[in-house]
Design a protein around this ligand. Structure first.
Ligand SMILES: *[C@@H]1O[C@H](CO)[C@@H](O)[C@H](O)[C@H]1NC(C)=O
Ligand SMILES: *[C@@H]1O[C@H](CO)[C@@H](O)[C@H](O)[C@H]1NC(C)=O
Ligand SMILES: *[C@@H]1O[C@H](CO)[C@@H](O)[C@H](O)[C@H]1NC(C)=O
Length: 241
């Protein structure tokens, strides 16, 4: 009996899992393969919102990020902690080029609104005036367009071919946005509003500092999710042929 249990445990590890219903697979010889993969990605959306713990897929609403640091015009230093980003699942796939054998994907994605909530800590000078404070920070970043490149490879394990993704890069172009900090100067409304005004008049510079950090956090999260999704299945299960 014990031997039988061990035997089945080994067999289970050797044989790839059967496909879950949320994975929309695409025939390798589909003449519209890129469109099929686009649909497969869009059909993952509700599962990315809720997460699927049994498949190691975390919820991306919100997406948690590490510390963000922004240096603004040399005089102002903003550190944001506990950064939560909402809206990553509202993506539209606007274009897809892919090469199956090289596992190379070029995906154009649009994100209408990213809502960022964080806790900031700022110190520096604005208009010659020293400022220091901490409190909640909100930012809305609108009409983001990104070109995402995902590179992977096929590899063999136990005589079967699997996919693993090795690198993801993303370049986000932001349409616009607004940021709001609260609680500066012990809540003095006049001074606080003035700082918000300065930040928003320099929003492009603020974003220029912030976006590379956001891009790195997004790609790290999505690379891990992409691998969690494909790891249990063979190439042949994911792209039947
Ligand atoms: C904010 O920054 C100041 C100085 O840079 C530091 O003394 C303080 O501990 C920081 N507060 C938090 C909550 O990180
Ligand atoms: C961001 O957008 C949300 C939803 O549209 C809105 O409720 C919120 O007030 C906006 N935040 C800022 C800082 O404008
Ligand atoms: C994939 O498509 C090809 C060509 O349309 C077809 O011959 C083949 O049976 C399909 N394979 C699977 C597993 O659906």
């Amino acid at each position: 009996m014990k031997l039988l249990v061990i035997f089945f445990a080994i067999i289970q590890q050797l044989v790839a899992k059967s496909l879950p219903s949320f994975l929309h697979v695409c025939n390798k010889s589909d003449p519209n393969l890129a469109e099929c993969v686009t649909t497969a990605i869009e059909e993952l959306r509700p599962y990315l919102v809720k997460g699927v713990p049994e498949f190691n897929i975390p919820s991306i609403e919100p997406l948690f990020m590490n510390e963000l640091i922004s240096e603004e015009s040399g005089d102002l230093r903003i550190i944001a902690n506990n950064v939560k980003t909402y809206g990553c699942s509202d993506f539209f796939v606007r274009g897809m080029k892919m090469n199956l054998d090289d596992q190379y994907y070029e995906i154009d994605i649009e994100l209408p609104l990213l809502r960022i909530e964080a806790y900031y800590n700022v110190s520096g000078k604005v208009l010659m005036m020293p400022i220091r404070g901490e409190g909640p920070l909100q930012a809305n970043v609108t009409n983001c367009r990104s070109r995402t490149v995902l590179k992977g490879e096929l590899y063999d394990k136990n005589g079967e071919t699997y996919i693993r993704y090795k690198e993801m890069t993303m370049h986000v172009i932001v349409g616009g946005g607004i940021a709001k900090v609260e609680n500066l100067f012990n809540g003095d409304k006049f001074l606080n509003d003035m700082i918000n005004d300065v930040i928003n008049k320099n929003f492009d510079a603020f974003l220029l500092e912030l976006m590379p950090v956001i891009e790195r956090s997004l790609t790290a999260a999505f690379l891990e999710i992409a691998n969690a999704i494909v790891a249990p299945y063979t190439f042949k299960q994911l792209y039947p042929h």
